[in-house]
Write a protein that binds this ligand. Sequence first.
Ligand code: GRF
Length: 198
Amino acid sequence: MKRVAVFLSGGGSNMVALLDDMAKGGHAAMPCVVLANSADAGGLARAAERGVPTVAVDQRPFKGDRPAFESAITEALKPYAPDMICLAGFMRILTGGFTDQWRGRMLNIHPSLLPKYKGLHTHARALEAGDTVHGCTVHEVTAELDDGPILGQAQVPVLKDDTAEALAARVLVQEHLLYPAVLRRFAAGDHTPVILQS
Ligand code: GRF
C-alpha cells in the first residue's frame, strides 16, 4: 500500500477528491498526511474531518531560503513515512534539491493542457489566445516548473463569452475526476496517461 502525502495551500478541493477516492477501496494508495505551507489553509480542516493527520510548515520564517523551508518539510514528513507526494493546489515553487529526492514519486495538477500555459493565470491566458479547448494536466514533478512527464489530461471546451472564472470552475470539476484517476493508476504502477474528454 503506497503512503501518499498531499500538499496544499488553499481550500484543498483536489485533496478532498484524492482522499475520497482512496477511501473507496480497491486503491493501491492511502493518505498518510496532508501538509500545508500555512496553518490557516482551509484544506487542513477538511483533511482532519476525514481522519487524516495534518501538519503545517509555515513558510514565513524561511523567507528567501527555499532549501531551509524544504528541510523543514522533510523533517515534518518523517513521522508519516510517505512513499510519494501529491501536490494539490500547493502554491510554492520547490527547488531541484527537493524534487530530485522525490523524482518519479511526486505528482502535481496544473490547470492547463501542458505544455501550454505553464505558470499562473492559465484560464485567462487560454481565453486571451482564443483557444477553443482548455483543461488540466497531472504530471510528474521535476526541477523545471510545470514540466515533467504527463500522466493525464482532461480537455474542457471553451464556450462563447466564457470568463476566466466560469472556465476555471469547469476545469476544476475535471481536475477532481482526473487527479484521482491518475493516482489510482500511478499507485498501481501503471503510468499509462489518463485522457478525459468533457
Ligand atoms: C486548482 O485550480 C489547481 O489546478 C491548482 O490549484 C487550484 C486550487 O486547488 N493547482 P484546490 O481547490 O486547493 O485543490
